[in-house]
Design a binder for this molecule. Structure first.
Ligand code: 5GP
Length: 188
């Protein structure tokens, strides 16, 4: 069967990963699209669960063989992409796919899957709060942080291109609203 697609996009640090994880506990018929990336694995992450961590050579080989539905050099020298096989794997399990993906990738998927996809932009309270959250993670070097800030500032301008803007000023409220949005879309 061809299932539906729920796309969560936002600047890094807006809280989309937390919201996506919450939805996965609430909707057993949703499954997370595990992206491929060339970035290094962070502390608590697991290969083939959070991402398929692969080398740049392998990534570019997959690009050349058209294995990606979309891919991006999200940060300079670091690639992220959605594998066609990943969406098919999830649909073959009879489930719908949920994505945690950057803004450009999210819009590209929306354009491709149109009515079968719901594209949600997670809006943080402000750029300042976003910067605090990113700094608080303590996982990135100063240079990487600056790059993430610059990208976040640019991405905030894309909000109105999405089907829905979900404000994440308070996480509990945002999770409840996300549940409602997704529940309604999956029923439709
Ligand atoms: P992080 O390094 O913080 O895990 O992710 C950096 C950014 O890349 C986040 O905005 C994340 O949503 C995005 N991202 C993750 N997977 C993909 C993907 O498959 N394609 C695109 N375009 N962006 C992705």
């Amino acid at each position: 069967m061809q299932g539906k697609l729920i796309i969560f996009s936002a600047p890094s640090g807006a809280g989309k990963t937390t919201i996506v994880k919450h939805l996965l506990t609430k909707f057993p018929n949703l499954s997370f699209s595990i992206s491929a990336t060339t970035r290094e694995l962070r502390g608590s992450e697991t290969n083939e669960k959070d991402y398929y961590f692969i080398s740049k050579e392998e990534f570019l080989h997959k690009v050349a063989h058209q294995e990606f539905v979309e891919f991006e050099e999200v940060y300079s020298g670091t690639f992220y992409g959605t594998l066609r096989s990943e969406i098919e794997r999830i649909w073959n399990e009879g489930k719908h796919v949920i994505f945690d993906i950057d803004v450009e990738g999210g819009l590209r998927l929306k354009r491709k899957f149109e009515e079968d996809a719901l594209a949600i932009f997670v809006q943080p309270p402000s750029l300042e709060v976003l910067k605090e959250r990113l700094t608080g993670r303590g996982t990135d070097s100063e240079e990487k942080l600056q790059e993430r800030f610059a990208k976040a500032e640019k991405e905030l301008k894309y909000a109105d291109k999405f089907d829905v803007i979900l404000k994440n000023f308070d996480l509990e409220t945002a999770c409840a609203e996300a549940e409602q949005l997704v529940g309604t879309f999956l029923k439709g």
